[in-house]
Ligand binder design. Sequence first.
Ligand SMILES: Cc1ncc(COP(=O)(O)O)c(C=O)c1O
Length: 219
Amino acid sequence: MPTSDSVPVTANQQTEKTTPVIRTAAEIRKDFPILARQVHGKPLVYLDSTSSSQKPYAVIEAMSTYYEMYHANVHRGVYEISEEATARMEKARVKVARFINARRSKQVIFTRNTTESINLVAYSWGNTNITAGDLIVLTEMEHHSNLVPWQLLAQRTGARLEFVPVTGEGLLNLDVYEQLLQQQPKLVAFTHMSNVLGTINPARCSTKRSPSACRCAGP
Ligand SMILES: Cc1ncc(COP(=O)(O)O)c(C=O)c1O
């Protein structure tokens, strides 16, 4: 039975490029059967994707095939369809690792949603590594799912929370962010794109320790 920690994603796989196919929005809409229906007499436009993403045919078909053909306990059964289900799950983990540029598939942990994922990090890594007086930096544009787990962690441990303010233009105040980074925070957690403002934060630069790196352009 394959195990999740046995699959390194090679440098080649990480950088594997396919020729992009340019498709129009109308063509992409056709992949999503729900977008063919009308609501209040108008074609459906759905913007609540972070909460519940609509599914394209490829996903719906893969889920149906799984339930029709392979549904079984993974990593526990010693019978044919359980081993098939395990192999398919691990194949998906490798694909996701490749997609997010992870070095090994075991670095990919499937959870049910964002809130569960962040709570998992807060209770596992956070409980072990955050202690009284440590600084945790968030931003004022975070959704509850990236706020409450850190507030609770701060309550449990005595850590200090600071927030990067949002400017009048709806951008992160990078001057304050740089000052907070100079205080050597133990953890920085920020959204890549705000669901309220539509702001796309410079994620690549914001992960750098050097404050001046935050001045780069683009996401
Ligand atoms: C913008 C945004 N982020 C995060 C979440 C958290 O979603 P979940 O924990 O259900 O994945 C939601 C849920 O509504 C959301 O709207």
